[in-house]
Every structure is written in C-alpha cells, then in structure tokens.
Write a protein that binds this ligand. Structure first.
Ligand SMILES: N[C@@H](CCC(=O)N[C@@H](CS)C(=O)NCC(=O)O)C(=O)O
Length: 253
C-alpha cells in the first residue's frame, strides 16, 4: 500500500505572526504545544476539494499538534480504501494520537482543545457554549450551501449565480460572523486568535471567495484575514499543486 505521509513539525516552524490584536494577547495558551512525545497522524483527502480535511488539518495546526499527514491518493483505489478503513466512519479526517483514535471533525476539535487547553475553544464558559453551538450548526447544517458551492480552491467563478436555497444559508452565516465579530471584537470569530469556529468556517470563507459571493466590507476583510493565515497559505499552496484531473469524488464536501 502506498501511503503518502508528510510530517508537519510544528516545533520546527517559527511561530506565525498574527494580525491585529492576536500577536499581542498574553492570556492565551501557547500555539505550539509540546507534542508530549506521542506520534500523531491525520488522514486527509484532496486539499483542493475536501472541506472536512481542511477543517481537521487547520484545527490540528492551530492547536500546535505535531502530526504526519496520511493522504488518501485520489488515483489508487486500493490505497484509498485502506486509508479510509483506518477510520471507523470510513471518512477523513481521522486523528490518531497517543493511543487514541478520533474521527469526525468536531470530535477532533474537542480532543485537540483538551490536548492544548484554550488553543481552539474560548476559555469563557458562555463564549465556549456559543462557539460550540455555531460549530455544531456548521457541522450539521448548511447543506444547500455545501452542495451548491462545493469547495474548490483552484476554482474562480466570477458572476456565479447562487441557488436561492443557498442564499438562506449565506444569510445565516453572515449573521453568525457579524454577531461574533461584534461580540468578541475580532479580528477572528472569538477574538484575538483563530480557533475552532474559524477552522469550521474556513471552507465557507474559501467558497465565498471562489464563487465571488458579495459581502459587506468587514466580512470580506474577515475572509481575507482567514486566507492570509500562514496555515491557510500553506494548505492552499498544496491544493494548487494537486493534479487538475481528480475525478469528482463521491463525498460530502
Ligand atoms: N461528518 C464528518 C464528515 C467527513 C466527510 O464527509 N469526509 C469526506 C471528505 S470531505 C470523506 O471522507 N469522503 C470519503 C472519501 O473521500 O471517499 C466529519 O465531520 O468529519
């Protein structure tokens, strides 16, 4: 079996500079947590198309976990099957760390926040409940947006006509982002540093950019801020290197 693994040595990279108040906040958990000596791996599929892979990967990076990527090759059916079977859900992402296997992206996010407390979830109980609620909303909802505007980082579709049903999803997401930025003061959804909510909504950000969804200036600025994160730049650069002729995958993007 061919498993493409790539180590992402968090400790070997310089701590990313954050914009706005992010770099100056002293009261947050260090982004680069010690890996506690435990080997970790995260299964992923296409970086161009797989929104769940992006969410899980971004969470792991934001939590400072050192991990190897186990990439599902699009063109090798046997290897693909074998990697997907590493996860009880037969889906990516699936995190393996310190004798623990965690699948399903939201569970991975919760696990990572326990690994590095405060790295992904707000420390305040009320804000944490709010964060969990809107991450849950992303996890279980917005089906119209997901099917009408699939993630495609290499795509660029100016003038794209958004299906009416997806408009409702977009309005709700705009309301969520507005409320978060107003309540917690930005520049990220829950304040100074990007966290679980930003990771959950990151593939929505890229969809809005890919399909040129018109946004108010402060929300367009939020989208630019997310794609400017060094982690996002790294992911997008890798997506651009993927072959163009990946067959349309039968998955929930
Ligand atoms: N609810 C799951 C959804 C995961 C999911 O749908 N993953 C897709 C990729 S985006 C998948 O693994 N599809 C199977 C495949 O790649 O063949 C989660 O939160 O992780």
């Amino acid at each position: 079996m061919v498993i493409a693994t790539r180590k992402t040595p968090a400790s070997a990279r310089p701590a990313p500079k954050r914009s706005g108040t992010a770099a100056s906040s002293p009261k947050v958990a260090p982004r680069r947590a010690a890996s506690k000596g435990a080997a970790a791996s995260l299964s992923l599929s296409s970086k161009n198309y797989s929104s769940w892979s992006l969410r899980g990967w971004l969470m792991a990076r934001l939590a400072g976990l050192e991990f190897a990527e186990v990439v599902v090759p699009p063109d090798d059916a046997d290897a693909r099957k074998e990697i997907l079977l590493l996860s009880p859900s037969i889906l990516v992402p699936c995190l393996t760390h310190d004798g623990v296997k965690v699948w399903d992206t939201l569970a991975i996010g919760e696990y990572l926040d326990e690994f590095n407390p405060g790295s992904l979830l707000p420390r305040d109980r009320v804000a944490r409940a709010h964060c969990r609620a809107l991450c849950g909303e992303m996890h279980s909802g917005f089906a119209s947006l997901r099917s009408a505007l699939p993630m495609n980082l290499k795509g660029d579709f100016p003038g794209f006509k958004v299906w009416a049903r997806a408009e409702g999803d977009i309005e709700r997401i705009v309301a969520i982002w507005r409320e978060c930025l107003a309540t917690y003061g930005g520049p990220f959804l829950f304040g100074a540093r990007p966290g679980l909510a930003d990771a959950m909504y990151a593939p929505v950000v890229t969809r809005f950019l890919t399909y040129h969804v018109p946004l108010a200036p402060e929300l367009a600025a939020y989208c630019r801020r997310i794609v400017a994160l060094p982690e996002m730049q790294e992911w997008i650069a890798a997506a651009r290197l993927e072959p163009d002729d990946i067959d349309e995958l039968d998955m929930d993007f």
